[in-house]
Design a protein around this ligand. Structure first.
Ligand code: UD1
Length: 361
């Protein structure tokens, strides 16, 4: 049997390795398609190398565009590839435009759709990812979930419970597999003198960086944070462009702020592990900090990953300046929330997925 695996954007790459390894161990064929949604060396190739991923069998090279352009291009270019590989199933991960695009092509051609990281819901339809999640789950035949709350979300949407399998978190499989190879933060920061600890910040959600007033407010928070503790801020290409366009770059040009280009996977693991606190709007970082036991402040009004709050080290702080800074001070003073690692985030999720597919496909 052939399970055609799809990745497109950065947060997909750290989820696919354990799945492919599991499928191959079960004797299934698992060719890899890269849609090319992310294409920069730092956003794609570097992560493939760090994660030891197989070279993609096909790259659709779609690149950037509006949501409609990007999704439509992926669909058009993916269809002949699906025919060529005669796949028995198409496996998609996460919630990016590549996820819904390839799932939709497969569903319309009668090919089984497998969704890894199904059932997460922010209940915020203004998030493009939420639309991708809801629609992908509706047309999936196998829905593999990372936390128990996902099952309830899916049942509410009328999904047949026989399709839902709670298997744990493949991103944590990758984290555990690569933890020993993490690049020490001191090397990445190269003598920046942050030995006493730092805050790691990432921002890239359109809701935070596309509106100049929101962006200015968040940059203002970073300035205040940097007066208390050094701030390490790897910049997503979207974020760099918006900060430059809003004329805010000079406010971050200070000795206590390290602006980095997008960092690789092993660098990010090292930076997270040694941070006093992580402030982020990323979905993946909320889960990775929970697995690592590092306090996380999520700069959003909602999260689709509630277990990171209920059991992990995550706190939802919103985007209000006073709330962010109060939570930040609290972590610096108290050392932050202690958490526990959620159920089945044990490094074996990829194997569980593969075993179910080997039996049922
Ligand atoms: C996408 C995902 C988002 C995920 C994020 C992680 C969707 C709807 N969004 O958002 O869920 O959290 O990836 O990064 O799929 N760009 C580059 N080089 C690249 C890729 C992008 O310069 O390799 C720039 C381009 O200017 C592009 C912009 O970043 O227009 C946004 O890229 P896009 O793929 O549209 O979405 P992301 O914001 O990266």
């Amino acid at each position: 049997k052939t399970v055609l695996c799809v990745v497109g954007a950065r947060p997909n790459f750290m989820k696919i390795g354990p799945v492919i390894a599991g499928l191959v161990a079960e004797g299934l064929r698992a060719p890899l398609v890269h849609t090319g949604q992310h294409y920069d060396e730092a956003m794609s190739d570097q992560l493939f190398r760090d994660l030891g991923l197989p070279h993609p069998d096909v790259n659709l090279e779609v690149g950037s565009g509006s949501h409609a352009q990007q999704t439509g291009q992926i669909m058009q270019r993916f269809e002949p590839v699906l025919d060529e590989f005669k796949a028995d199933a198409v496996l998609v991960v996460g919630d990016v435009n590549s996820t819904i695009a390839c799932a939709l092509v497969a569903a319309k051609k009668g090919v089984a759709v497998v969704h890894v990281e199904a059932g997460l819901r922010s209940y915020d339809r203004a998030m493009p990812e939420e639309v991708n999640r809801v629609l992908t789950d509706q047309i999936s035949d196998f829905l593999f979930t990372t936390e128990r709350s996902a099952q309830a979300n899916l049942l509410r949407e009328g999904i047949d419970p026989a399709r839902i399998h709670f298997v744990g978190n493949v991103m944590i499989d990758s984290l555990l597999a690569h933890a020993e190879r993490a690049r020490p933060a001191a090397e990445t920061l190269g003598g920046a003198g942050f030995a006493e600890g730092y805050a790691l910040v990432t921002l890239h959600r359109p809701s935070n960086v596309d509106q100049p007033d929101t962006l200015a407010r968040l940059v203002g928070c970073l300035e205040t944070m940097a007066e208390k503790v050094p701030v390490v801020f790897p910049l997503h290409p979207r974020t760099r462009a918006r900060i430059e366009a809003a004329g805010l770059m000079s406010r971050l040009d200070r000795p206590n702020v390290a602006l980095l280009p997008p960092v690789g996977y092993l660098e990010m693991l090292g930076l997270m592990r040694s941070a006093k606190v992580v402030a982020t709007d990323s979905g993946g970082l909320q889960e990775e900090t929970t697995a690592l036991g590092v306090p996380c402040l999520t700069v959003r009004d909602n999260t689709e990953r509630p277990i990171t709050i209920a059991e992990g080290t995550n706190t939802l702080v919103g985007t209000d300046r006073d709330a962010i800074l109060a939570a930040f001070d609290d972590v610096l003073a108290s050392g932050g929330k202690a958490g526990r690692v959620p159920e089945l985030w044990d490094g074996k999720a990829g194997r569980r997925i593969a075993a179910i597919l080997a039996e049922r496909l």
